[in-house]
Design a protein around this ligand. Structure first.
Ligand SMILES: [Zn+2]
Length: 256
């Protein structure tokens, strides 16, 4: 986010916090959305999604502290959505650093997390993304869930019915073959989802699907269109805590 937008956002969030109490995570599940941790993200013009390792570590240590002190429960995606409570950690796209950098930090604190992977990004051989061997190892770690992210990371809303169906089915079957576990969850590439896409995702039996719409999940939302809380590379601990407390949820009105 451009600096001036971040400053305006901080001001609106401070105001929002002043007029309403922080969002409780009882009957609300806050699903964090990360991308890379220490790797440049293609097309990331606003430099939002390459989380510096130091900041990521601080954020996770903060979450671990909240969990230890009993003020926050961190669940895997399925439990968070089923109970509609607590906090969930997700990563989009399948960067190699999710395995080499993020996983050791999260596992140290026994925090579960989900990585949404688009097979073609792996098969194209770009070393920023997981290799097949790294994906297998990541999937076998405790507390790790692998979800789909389309087969080739295209906007699902722009595809005809047959191609759309193939994107969903091929991503799932490829991942299931590699990790030898069922893949029942996914996130929408570029956050692109509409009623037609939702229809296919429902018919093909996915149980949960994450959107990129900013917000906190509660029972009023569809499990196939989960809002998430976007975490940016320049989120200081102050802003991170502000997002956790719901002070940035006004952004739900401005996101897709
Ligand atoms: Zn993506």
């Amino acid at each position: 986010m451009n600096t001036y937008k971040a400053v305006v956002g901080d001001c609106i969030s401070a105001l929002s916090r002043a007029v309403k109490p922080a969002t409780s995570l009882v009957n609300n599940c806050r699903i964090l959305m990360y991308h890379a941790v220490g790797t440049e993200v293609p097309g990331d013009i606003q430099k939002l999604y390459n989380m510096p390792v130091k900041i990521f570590r601080q954020q996770i240590e903060q979450l671990a502290y909240f969990q230890r002190s009993g003020s926050l429960c961190i669940y895997d995606l399925t439990v968070g959505v089923e109970t509609s409570s607590g906090l969930v950690i997700t990563f989009d796209d399948g960067y190699l650093d999710n395995f080499t950098v993020a996983a050791p930090i999260l596992i140290k604190y026994e925090l579960p997390f989900t990585v949404f992977v688009a097979p073609k990004l792996i098969l194209d051989g770009d070393t920023r993304y997981l290799s097949i061997a790294a994906l297998k190892e990541l999937a076998a770690l405790p507390g790790v869930t692998i979800g789909g992210h389309g087969y080739s990371h295209r906007r699902l809303t722009e595809l005809d019915d047959q191609v759309l169906k193939n994107e969903l089915l091929d991503s799932r079957s490829w991942l299931e073959d590699i990790i030898d576990k069922p893949v029942l969850t996914m996130s929408y590439p570029h956050g692109a989802v509409d009623e037609r896409v939702l229809g296919f995702v429902t018919d093909l039996g996915f149980t949960t699907a994450a959107s990129s719409k900013f917000g906190v999940f509660n029972r009023e939302h569809s499990r196939l269109s989960l809002p998430r809380t976007d975490i940016w590379a320049r989120d200081t601990l102050k802003r991170f805590n502000s997002k956790l407390g719901g002070a940035w949820d006004w952004m739900t009105y401005f996101s897709q």
